[in-house]
Design a protein around this ligand. Structure first.
Ligand code: MN
Length: 758
């Protein structure tokens, strides 16, 4: 009896990896041999590719074409405009050990996060419990397992050939709501994990290709916007199953041995391709840069321990090694905090691939090969790598985007040096504002909104051309702003206007692409609340080689307006035209009980009624080169097309104009004179760098800085001795200068530093 039982148990535990191995064994072996040999899976030769290159490319094209097709088809299942209109989804195919082979278009940051989730299941012996079987369905959105933020929900499906796992397919969509402490997918309000909403930690949610009843009941009772949640899940499952069919078809056609060889070789091929690109385009050396984002939480309606104003600090150092290894280190990043802007290592590194696929590796061969050719330093305990499971992540993009942007500039300096001028990019826009809210919508349904207009921000300028306006976001190369009519179907907000914001892109010899704004009117909700989430006080992204940063943000909200009466009386109401911050017109075309027009660009939920109005400001990109070197004719054109305001055309670009019937003509001779004068004024008000550093050093020694700045540095110093020493060396400070010891008493998680430090 016991023998039968034992045999029975043994049978259910038969390893599902190749050649009688467990997935865990396979994972370890791949890591070991890749590390030992320096080649993925130890492949010093690509025998399939070399012996039959056409067949190799054919298999690749079939998989790549099929997975892109699966995304395009599956997204039509979704009803959420975030997925269906803006394209916030992606599918990726993996090896049995969760290395990515090929990926669709879309939010390809999740190539890494879904891989991390599968690796988590392998590491935690899911093969034994709960078991991994053909036609199982798994779900994950746990940030600490491997995710960008809670609302990116993964569906993960193993692919079996006979009794072996031949691979995995993952599908992800950005859902509208996760049942967090505030509505919307990236809410302001969560300051701990427990506020972030429904988190699923790599759970088996279906068998035999059917979602389990308990899962369907529980998940739909845990989130708002249930209809969209449900259709998003169907989208992910449909896409995963299409990709699974595709893989099985390829195996039937090519044979399983060829497929097994192919998936190893394509990753090694990706690694080699990446190394070649680094050799071709970059110059060995170190490239340093930094960015900063404000966290203005002091006056928000949050738990007392979260109510501080601080700054998130993202310094980075790119090292291009002589053997073409690319290393990126974030040493000096400050500590994670009680805010929803924390990130995880896989989110920062995966995002770097998204960026690199748009610059260094501009082809469709993005897979884990590039990962094997690089190295990352993500300091433990920093906001990029919290040492505490309590950290919140709902709005991780707040600082993540600005942590990546400096990397564009580092790489661009190298491209410039090599003469690849057309690859230079001054950085990406800070993709805010995030307009969000929720309540009972115009259909009487419990719902939430999360506008993704921010997928179409301005692009940074290049070394040979202006940045493209209102068109892109770093995190989704396929992104779109969506049609107003579609957003209005979902959201109880009407559009009063959509318009380009002149001068919102950074000035420069080539200017950053402009941003834009929407103005929305509350309409039809039964009960509703709104909030904004953007950077306000700081320009999060500086320009390159003399280019200016893009404009920083602000918020505009008006409550209890008289717009209803004004419409009845056919009086002016706020529409377009409010594009000059010094001459606002919305405020004068209505009366309202309260109007917020300020730099508090993050806020928590406020009741939002019919005829209240709220602005969604989508940012521009930074500029490249000295604005005084810009062709005056380009400035004239920008001015006449209302892409820049007159006073900045004069002041920043040093142009002089004559005007006739509202049409400006640049006066070339007067412009030359004016520019000469500006250059003289610049010299007059500047100090030699050495002298400036001496005076600045005194300021630092005396700790003359705002509390936010001191708090930020205190955290960076507490986390990193190397950063502290580099800082002291740079400023030539005495070795015993005590850095912000007193300031450690401000509410900061750094006081626990020793307890958590690895
Ligand atoms: Mn997302």
């Amino acid at each position: 009896m016991s023998k039968v039982l034992n045999d029975g148990l043994q049978q259910t535990k038969k390893p599902i990896g190749w050649n009688g191995k467990t997935l865990k064994q396979m994972r370890r072996e791949i890591d070991e041999i890749s590390k030992e040999t320096g080649y993925y899976a130890g492949l010093t030769e690509l025998s399939l590719k070399e012996s039959d290159p056409i067949r190799f490319e054919k298999i690749y094209s079939k998989l790549r074409g099929g997975i892109v097709h699966a995304r395009e088809t599956a997204k039509k299942v979704a009803a959420s405009p975030i997925v269906e209109q803006e394209g916030e989804l992606c599918f990726s195919l993996y090896t049995p050990e969760a290395d990515s082979i090929v990926t669709s278009t879309g939010i390809i940051i999740h190539v890494g996060t879904m891989g991390a989730a599968i690796k988590f299941m392998i590491e935690n012996d899911y093969e034994d419990n709960p078991g991994i079987a053909d036609k199982d369905i798994f779900c994950n959105n746990d940030n600490h397992v491997g995710n960008v933020h809670t609302c990116d929900v993964h569906t993960l499906v193993p692919i079996f050939w006979e009794d072996e796992v031949i691979g995995w397919v993952g599908g992800v969509t950005h859902v509208i709501d996760t049942g967090a402490s505030a509505p919307g997918s990236m809410p302001m309000g969560p300051v701990q994990r427990y506020d972030d909403g429904y988190q699923v930690t790599c759970r088996k949610i279906g068998q035999n290709d059917v979602l389990s009843k308990d899962w369907l009941l529980e998940s739909t009772r845990s989130v708002r916007a249930v209809k969209y949640w449900t259709l998003d899940e169907k989208t992910r499952v449909a896409g995963c199953h299409m990709v699974r069919d595709l893989v099985l078809d390829v195996i039937k056609e090519e044979g399983v041995d060829t497929y097994k060889q192919f998936i190893r070789e394509i990753i090694e091929d990706g690694r080699r391709g990446f190394v070649n690109q680094v050799k071709t385009m970059l110059i060995p050396g170190k490239y340093r840069q930094a960015s900063f984002v404000d966290v203005p939480f002091k006056d928000l309606d949050l738990p007392s321990f979260a109510r501080i104003n601080t700054i998130m600090h993202s310094p980075s150092e790119i090292t291009v090694h002589e053997d073409a290894k690319l290393e990126i280190d974030f040493e000096g990043t400050n500590r994670w905090g009680w805010h929803p802007f924390n990130a995880t290592p896989v989110s920062i590194t995966s995002g770097i691939w998204v960026m690199l696929s748009q610059t260094l590796v501009p082809n469709d061969r993005i897979n884990d090969g590039a990962y094997y050719a690089s190295k990352f330093g993500v300091p433990y305990g920093s906001w990029l790598n919290p040492d505490d499971i309590r950290s919140a992540h709902s709005n991780t993009w707040h600082a993540l985007v600005s942590a990546w942007s400096p990397l564009w500039r580092g790489l661009s300096r190298s491209y410039y040096g090599r003469g690849y001028l057309e690859e230079v990019n001054a950085g990406n826009a800070h993709t805010t504002n995030w307009l969000m809210g929720g309540g009972i919508d115009q259909y009487g349904q419990l719902s939430a909104l999360n506008s993704f207009e921010t997928a179409a921000c301005g692009v940074g300028a290049g070394a040979v051309k202006d940045g493209i306006s209102h068109s892109a976001a770093l995190w989704n190369p396929e992104g779109d702003m969506g049609d107003m009519e579609i957003w209005e179907l979902l959201e109880p907000l009407l559009y009063l206007g959509r318009e380009i914001l002149p001068g919102s892109g950074g000035a420069g010899k080539y200017r950053g692409g402009n941003g834009w704004q929407s103005l929305r009117l509350g309409w039809g909700a039964k009960e509703w609340s709104m909030f904004v989430a953007g950077a306000g006080a700081m320009a999060t992204d500086c320009g390159l080689m003399g280019g200016y940063p893009a404009s920083s943000g602000y918020r505009f909200i008006a409550h209890n307006t008289d717009i209803k009466e004004r419409i009845a009386k056919q009086l002016p109401i706020p529409l377009g035209g409010d594009f000059d911050p010094d001459n606002p017109i919305w405020d004068t075309s209505m009366n309202a009980e309260t109007i917020h027009r300020d730099r508090q660009a993050v806020s928590t939920q406020e009741e939002f009624k019919d005829y209240d109005v709220i602005m969604n400001y989508l940012r521009g990109g930074p500029g490249f080169g000295d604005p005084l070197e810009r062709n005056p004719k380009f400035v004239e054109q920008d001015l006449n097309e209302r892409l820049i305001l007159l006073r900045y055309a004069e002041k920043v670009y040093g142009c002089a104009f004559t005007e006739e019937n509202g049409v400006y003509t640049v006066d070339i001779r007067a412009t030359k004179e004016r520019r000469k004068q500006i250059r003289k004024e610049r010299l007059e008000r500047s100090d030699p760098t050495k002298e400036w550093m001496e005076s600045e050093k005194v300021t630092i020694m005396n700790k003359e800085a705002s509390l936010q700045v001191k708090h930020m540095y205190a955290e960076s110093f507490a986390l990193s001795e190397k950063f502290t020493n580099d800082f002291k060396d740079f400023w030539n400070m005495p070795k015993d200068w005590m850095v912000y010891e007193d300031e450690l008493n401000v509410p900061m998680l750094g006081s626990h530093i020793n307890r958590f430090k690895q």
